[in-house]
Design a protein around this ligand. Sequence first.
Ligand SMILES: C=C(O[C@@H]1C=C(C(=O)O)C=C[C@H]1O)C(=O)O
Ligand SMILES: [Mg+2]
Length: 463
Amino acid sequence: MNSESSSSIQQFAATQFEGYRFYTETIEVTHMSALAFFEAGGNDYTGKRMFWKNREKTFTLVGIGHAHVLSTNETTGRFDKIKKDWKNLSRQIVNEEQSVHPVLFGGFSFDPLNTKPSEWRRFPQAYFAVPTFQLVLKGEQAFISIHLITKAQESFKEFDVLRKKRDKLIHAAQVLEVDQYDKPVVTERIELRKQEYMDSIERITTIINAKEVEKVVIARTVKLGFEEKFSPTSALYQVSNEQPESFLFGLEAQEQFFFGATPERLVKVENDRALSTCLAGSTPRGKTIEKDTELGEALLQDPKNRAEHQYVVSMISEVFKATCSQLIVPKVPKLMKIRDIQHLYTPVEGNLNVSSTLFDLVELLHPTPALGGEPKLEALALIREYEAMNRGYYAAPIGWIDTEGNGEFAVAIRSALLDDEKAYLYAGGGIVADSTPESEYDETWVKFRPMLRALGGQLSDES
Ligand SMILES: C=C(O[C@@H]1C=C(C(=O)O)C=C[C@H]1O)C(=O)O
Ligand SMILES: [Mg+2]
């Protein structure tokens, strides 16, 4: 399936974790606030934390500390490398727990071939970690695991130290008050390279009309300045209040924090079932129910948005045909209505073939035409050439996989990179033959809105 794999990578992977032992121990606690646990982890593990809550709010994951990091700055073979390393590392488990499985959490950059300098200085092309302390909330239950991955012989002493740290963490989290976070004071809001963004859309529509490609997604950046440094916990708190119907994610890389609330699933694998989401085509919410319904109906009928959407359905269906059986693909899209925006939405599911894995699907799907374009490679080349930014992890896969191969990745849109007293916000849209710079520009403001509201960066006349 993967053309990037080479015998040298395989050989390396087979021996790389020899001699390592992967210890895991899980306890169940009566109750734990995920945000409090995340915040408590900041005492000793700032820069090494992660956060995830699924769209249905049935599964929350917090990681504190790094038991082991899997990362690469290679521009080719990164999916394969992480996939193989994780498979090999999973094999070193000494004592598999029944209640929850250890998890690897992280993400990939959007396009490793984009070499433009950027604000993403701490994020390699792939960056994953097995957390030292893992909190899993499933339904009413809360599990806290310790992971230790080591070559040391006397690891039981090290494990005892970790148990004490775990108990300290639990105590700190239990006594924290987490509903006390204020919004930051915004001192500036700058639209970075706005004119270049407008020009790039002009240029791309010309290329599309010359029939060189069919669809290309173009994005832009808004930068916020704050009076003082803004904390990752506050950022998660604010964004979760703004965007309840989305996946919530956060990933620290030293002093930088990438976070967001995205409605878009890239792929989920649970046992043998694979699920993806086609999400493309947008219109604002109406102020009244009548106006809202009218806008939604118009979106469902709009040829420009239906075309944007259909590229995504076709591509995801093709990937699922190659990796799954018994596909379910609804013939017409539905509306996904979230707080600020409504989208065309088609869920896709199937039974995963035994020869395919979650990482295979991530690699084949990324980027779908919802964030890249059609055809994929041509669209990526045009984004590299004309888009006036380097996306870093924006619009890329972010998520988790456990030692059984189950997990979920979201598409990291409606997101921002927090960098001390600054934040970079990202939004884009699908450019097709009849796109105009003005309407695409307006569409990005609708997509920026939840993050702007969360971070206090909206203009006074906006709600
Ligand atoms: C590119 C973004 O969103 C994507 C583009 C959409 C569109 O152009 O209609 C809709 C949903 C997303 O797949 C973004 O939010 O930044
Ligand atoms: Mg659009």
